[in-house]
Ligand binder design. Structure first.
Ligand SMILES: [Zn+2]
Length: 153
């Protein structure tokens, strides 16, 4: 039973490691940028000003998104590292426990029952008592002379 728990521990650790790697790999998320041009001017100042304000807002929004993304990336990196390290620790602990359990199992295993390498087959039943006559070949159930030809057996 303990073996099952240690194996589960190892699996959970491995999953955490994988999650960590995924987090670390995906922490390099796309950057947000805005290329709104704030140098464009229109004939009337009002439009120029309002366009500039809009362009600035777009750039600010992009900066904010970038900051959020940076934060998210940092968080993902941190979580990824956390998952990876804790997963590695859990896995190592699980492997260590599993080795202990396996060693215990081996130590407590009952001695194997004696199994002879060579199991002799049951000796073949002896041929039904009988003697074949050397002269005529007839089978005789004992006796000193052949029942068929009288030859001495
Ligand atoms: Zn005979």
């Amino acid at each position: 039973m303990k073996k099952v728990f240690t194996i589960i521990t190892i699996v959970i650790g491995a999953i955490a490691i994988i999650c960590g790697i995924i987090c670390l790999a995906s922490s390099d998320i796309n950057a947000y940028t805005s290329s709104a041009d704030t140098s464009i001017s229109f004939g009337a100042d009002y439009y120029t000003e309002s366009y500039k304000a809009m362009a600035k807002a777009a750039n600010n929004a992009a900066d904010a998104a970038e900051a959020v993304a940076d934060f998210g990336a940092a968080m993902l990196s941190a979580f990824g590292m956390f998952f990876f390290l804790s997963g590695a620790l859990v896995t190592l602990k699980g492997v260590k426990e599993l080795l202990v359990v396996l060693a215990d199992e081996k130590a407590n295993a009952p001695a194997p029952a004696f199994a002879p390498a060579y199991a002799p087959e049951a000796a073949p039943a002896p041929e039904a008592a009988g003697v074949f006559c050397g002269n005529c070949g007839a089978k005789n159930e004992g006796g000193e002379f052949c029942a068929n030809c009288g030859n001495k057996l």
